[in-house]
Write a protein that binds this ligand. Structure first.
Ligand code: KG4
Ligand code: ZN
Length: 333
């Protein structure tokens, strides 16, 4: 009989303090997320120093709750996997140092995880069978990367955003339209009442590459919003719907092209923007092969996805030592 491998994942790269216990990389025993969204909402976005201080307060109670909810003790944990980048440096340091402290005190192996790798591995928590090679679109508040995976923990970045990330564009456009933070869910809600065909917004195709650009689209929305009074038939909901359609159009078209070029069996979606209903339905409709995406709770930041990635790294023999440092711009590949 083989014994189960329980990984303790720790995530503090942005504004969620999270700890989770995942068994064998696929079964969530607990996934505690202490969100700071209410605190940052008042500022219209994440304030890094406020986030770091909040992580310090929430970290240890969150880890304790993760163990209790999983019904496990320290002796049942095989490995500690904290996020070590990319993200807000002060925020990252809290979770990484908590992980190092636990690894030292409990004599446990330490495996530092790239936050983007965590987003990708949320797909392994869905129960879906995933074959290599596979293409993964990671769209979050800070990243828009199209990645080819040829095996576990093996990445080739095919393209990335040259300016704003897709989630950042959602957040900025939400602000332009007078909506709250985070912008993605607010835009999706407003767009449901709008008609995207009333306004054609630009798409940056960047032909011949898998790169993205969303800053021109954001500027176009700003121009339209400033001139709204001159267009009586156009509502904020129409603008939100048209914006959402423009983002989804580019993301789906480029992902489909990559899936065809590399002959992959399925496509994975990851990151906060993968929670978007239009993006999901257009991917399902257009990609022409299975599209796997995590449930919404695993699309946004959480430690279960970090623990899942930690399991596959642990299995492959990766180990971090105590010199591991947090890196705000840690690359994936
Ligand atoms: O992955 P995530 O939780 O944090 C980062 O690692 O950045 O992503 C957060 C981003 C925010 O920009 C938020 O507006 C966006 O994901 N988001 C959405 C939706 N839900 C969250 N964007 C579009 N539609 C949504 N339903
Ligand atoms: Zn994230």
């Amino acid at each position: 009989m083989t014994t189960a491998i329980n990984v303790l994942g720790i995530e503090t790269s942005c504004d969620e303090t999270s700890a989770a216990v995942v068994r064998d990389g696929r079964e969530i025993l607990s996934n505690v997320v202490a969100s700071q969204i209410d605190i940052h909402e008042a500022f219209g976005g994440v304030v890094p120093e406020v986030a770091s201080r909040q992580h310090v307060l929430a970290m240890i109670p969150t880890i304790r709750r993760a163990l209790a909810q999983a019904g496990v003790d320290w002796g049942d944990i095989a490995c500690v996997a904290p996020t070590c980048g990319p993200g807000l440096i002060g925020a990252l340091l809290v979770g990484l140092n908590a992980g190092k402290g636990i690894a030292f005190a409990r004599h446990l192996p330490l495996v530092g995880i790239n936050h983007l790798e965590g987003h990708i591995y949320a797909n392994w928590l869905t129960g879906a069978v995933i074959d290599f090679p596979t293409v993964c679109l990671i769209v979050s508040g800070a990243h828009s990367d199209l990645v080819l995976m040829t095996g576990h923990n093996t990445y080739r970045v095919l393209g990335r955003t040259l300016d704003d990330a897709a989630g950042e564009a959602f957040d900025k456009v939400a602000r332009i339209l007078g909506l709250g933070y985070p912008g993605g869910p607010a835009i999706q809600k407003l767009a449901a009442q709008g008609d995207p065909s009333k306004l054609r917004l630009p798409r940056a195709w960047l032909e011949g590459t898998y790169d993205f650009s969303f800053s021109g689209l954001k500027t176009a929305v700003l121009r339209v919003a400033e001139g709204m009074d001159d267009q009586p038939g156009l509502t904020r909901a129409d603008v939100a719907a048209s914006f959402q359609e423009s983002v989804a159009d580019v993301l789906v078209t480029k992902t489909k092209r990559a899936a065809e070029e590399f002959g992959v069996r399925q496509v994975l979606l990851a990151g906060g923007v993968a929670a978007n209903a239009l993006l999901r339905s257009e991917m399902d409709r257009q990609i022409g092969r299975p599209v796997i995406y995590p449930p919404i709770s695993l699309c946004t930041d959480n430690a279960a996805m970090i623990a899942a990635a930690g399991f596959y790294r642990f299995e492959a023999g990766f180990r971090s030592d105590f010199s591991l440092d947090a890196k705000a711009n840690l690359p994936l590949a």
